[in-house]
Design a protein around this ligand. Structure first.
Ligand SMILES: Cc1cc2nc3c(=O)[nH]c(=O)nc-3n(C[C@H](O)[C@H](O)[C@H](O)COP(=O)(O)O)c2cc1C
Length: 348
């Protein structure tokens, strides 16, 4: 497979700060106004992609706000012109025909820049509050697999009739289909065995949680040999970046956030009550101390500008194309990354 150059994305701030939620340098703000400005600036700075995570309620602190993913992403699609917009989707929440319709509408609004990120949920509270079932881990994946087997041909503009364990679809075809390509891109986020099987069978890109490079290489090796119907699977990595001129400065910035993150322990303890213990992502994240969500600093992108650029290059050599990044305070650190790290990665 010819590997594309590294692509950089940002996690939209749909539920506020990623590493420490009580940071005087980044007061809580998950508003549309902030996300609008953030994504427009990311696009202007040269970022290639943004990931809009999906949660109905703020999973860290339900008292706080939460940007709604699909309506927010539709608006982002309308105001941006180049950046890819990846929208998370939990099959438990959306009928596949309705979701395919929404996705193709955003494909049209964006002029062919949309993608879905299928995630199979960990936060039981999100379903309980809505009176929706929250099946056990592998059953969620079985449902997700069937859901995607309906959505994927609909995204390609095919007519679908489907009678399965979870969904009944009768003679459905979405019009208009994608105008500029076969269909929106499909990302799969999740780390367990059924997540890997789903990515290999039906994904375009597998999103891996931030973790050390040897672990990432082993995950890619595990999935890369699996049979595929379509083009080779591509890979994305979530990571939290702290880059500075010197290592001392980078570790001082890490220390500041780590001290603030201690204040969040009671919030995280409340969150843990609703977390499905079978979710492999949570098990991976418990293995090593880290800042940020979805692996965060466990990917090791903390250090000098050159060290961070070199580690990105090493991940790229291992197969990662898309780096979905978190920062804090987000805007300032994102600008620093664009100014100091992106050019070093490009220079090689
Ligand atoms: C890149 C990435 C993005 C994710 N985005 C979301 C999200 O938007 N909403 C959500 O509830 N979970 C999200 N998740 C978490 C998945 O729901 C979680 O990993 C899922 O339960 C899969 O479990 P597994 O790791 O056991 O396969 C994301 C995971 C990854 C890797």
């Amino acid at each position: 497979m010819t590997q594309a150059p590294p692509r950089f994305g940002i996690w939209a701030l749909v539920h506020g700060s990623r590493a420490a939620r009580q940071d005087p340098e980044e007061p809580f703000d998950a508003s549309w106004a902030r996300n609008r400005a953030l994504v427009l600036e990311a696009e202007a700075l040269g970022f290639d992609s943004t990931l809009v995570a999906q949660h109905t309620f703020n999973p860290h602190n339900p008292e706080n706000g939460q940007l709604e993913a699909w309506t927010g992403a539709a608006a982002l699609a309308a105001i941006t012109s180049r950046i890819e917009i990846i929208i998370a989707i939990k099959p438990l929440l959306y009928n596949p025909v309705v979701l395919a319709k929404m996705a193709l509408q955003i494909e049209e609004i964006s002029g062919g820049r949309s993608a879905i990120n299928l995630v199979n949920a960990w936060n039981r509270a999100e379903m309980d509050k809505a009176g929706l079932p929250f099946p056990e881990h592998d059953a969620r994946y079985a449902l997700g697999e069937e859901w995607l087997s309906v959505v994927e041909p609909l995204l390609r503009g095919e007519r679908v009739t489907h009678h399965g364990a979870h969904f009944q679809v009768q003679d459905a075809a979405i019009v208009p289909a994608a105008a500029t390509r076969a269909r929106p891109r499909i990302y799969i986020g999740g780390e367990s065995e059924p997540a890997r099987a789903l990515a290999a069978a039906q994904g375009d890109v597998w999103f891996i949680n931030g973790q050390p490079i040897d672990d990432v290489a082993a995950l890619i090796a595990d999935v890369a040999h699996r049979p595929r119907k379509a083009d080779p699977l591509r890979y994305g990595l979530s990571a939290f970046v702290i880059a500075r001129a010197t290592e001392e400065e980078a570790f001082a910035a890490y220390g500041r956030l780590a001290a603030l993150a201690e204040l969040d322990k009671p919030i995280l303890a409340r969150q843990a009550v609703h977390t499905d213990p079978a979710v492999v992502m949570k098990q991976t994240m418990a293995k090593s101390p880290r800042l940020g969500t979805n692996g965060g600093t466990a990917a090791g992108l903390v250090g000098t500008y050159q060290q961070v650029a070199d580690r990105i290059a090493a991940f790229h050599d291992a197969g990662i194309e898309t780096f979905m990044l978190q920062f804090q305070p987000f805007e300032a650190e994102m600008r620093r990354f664009a100014a100091e790290v992106m050019p070093r990665v490009k220079r090689g």
